[in-house]
Design a binder for this molecule. Structure first.
Ligand code: IPE
Ligand code: IPE
Ligand code: MG
Length: 252
């Protein structure tokens, strides 16, 4: 990565039109490792460094929310050794990175099924969230044991219970009712969705929330994704015309 190139890219970004929320499907760790004749877990280890870099640049630019898809509901079905290695890595990384998060004024939150995590993972996460709760800069949202269908199903159950209890009538259910029952209730919808690793799919990530997100797919594997790549995605986002169903003339 050339520093000059990065500085130029940063200078070219319009700070007044930043995506408020960037969500990333961090994919390609396994392929990155395989290409080098290494174990898949080596790709996950390297991927943690990318998380640090990208959190830094998002924070530097002034992005409000960065959501990272770290582990999906479906990922529980991977070989047990890989699941264990990933969980361990996440727990260790969170503990190690907490002081820097605080220093950089980054608040950590998480979305996903906390109940499926080990007690240790849950406690470490909770501690990091508590320790960074006062931070007012970037909000880093970790999607862990998360899938959109899990989340929507859970919301449907909760809404059904409220209807049964007589607190809500079916006619009163709006877009907003659904949004506020999702785990992302306190988070604006993503403006920019990035997927590394080249696959053109959503893989059960924020299905409801990405309704009008700009999608950016790069073939770069997650461990190779750097600050320049992130800025390129933001620059591309700023060249797009977001119409939200309207005509070009209407949004001009
Ligand atoms: C993404 O990398 C990380 C997780 C899904 C946890 P992968 O492990 O999916 O890497 P590829 O897609 O097999 O290369
Ligand atoms: C998506 O990657 C999930 C995460 C990045 C955590 P996967 O590697 O699990 O997605 P698929 O299986 O290629 O769709
Ligand atoms: Mg993958």
């Amino acid at each position: 990565m050339s520093t000059d190139n990065l500085q130029e890219l940063i200078a070219g970004i319009d700070r007044g039109r930043l995506p408020r929320h960037v969500a990333i499907i961090m994919d390609g760790n396994g392929r990155w490792a395989k290409k080098r004749g290494m174990e898949r877990s080596a790709g996950h280890v390297e991927g943690v460094n990318t998380v640090r870099r990208i959190t830094e640049i998002a924070s530097e630019l002034g992005v409000g929310y960065l959501t990272l898809y770290a582990f999906s509901t479906e990922n529980w079905n991977r070989p047990q050794a890989e699941v264990d290695a990933l969980m361990h890595l996440i727990v260790v990384a969170i503990e190690r990175e907490t002081p820097d998060l605080i220093k950089n004024n980054v608040r950590l939150t998480m979305i996903g099924d906390l109940d499926r995590l080990t007690d240790e993972a849950r406690e470490r996460l909770k501690r990091c969230m508590d320790d960074t709760a006062h931070c007012t800069g970037l909000t880093l949202v970790l999607a862990l044991s998360y899938s959109s269908r899990w989340e929507i199903t859970r919301a449907a159950r909760e809404i059904a219970r409220e209807v049964l209890a007589g607190h809500l009538s079916p006619q009163e259910i709006t877009d907003d009712t659904i949004s506020t029952h999702l785990t992302t209730a306190a988070i604006p919808d993503p403006d920019l969705l990035i997927r590394t690793g080249g696959d053109m799919r959503i893989s059960n990530f924020l299905l409801w929330q990405v309704a009008y997100a700009e999608i950016y797919v790069t073939p770069t594997y997650w461990p190779d994704f750097d600050k320049t790549d992130f800025c390129r995605a933001v620059a591309e986002y700023q060249r797009r015309e977001r119409r939200f169903g309207l005509t070009s003339e209407q949004v001009k």
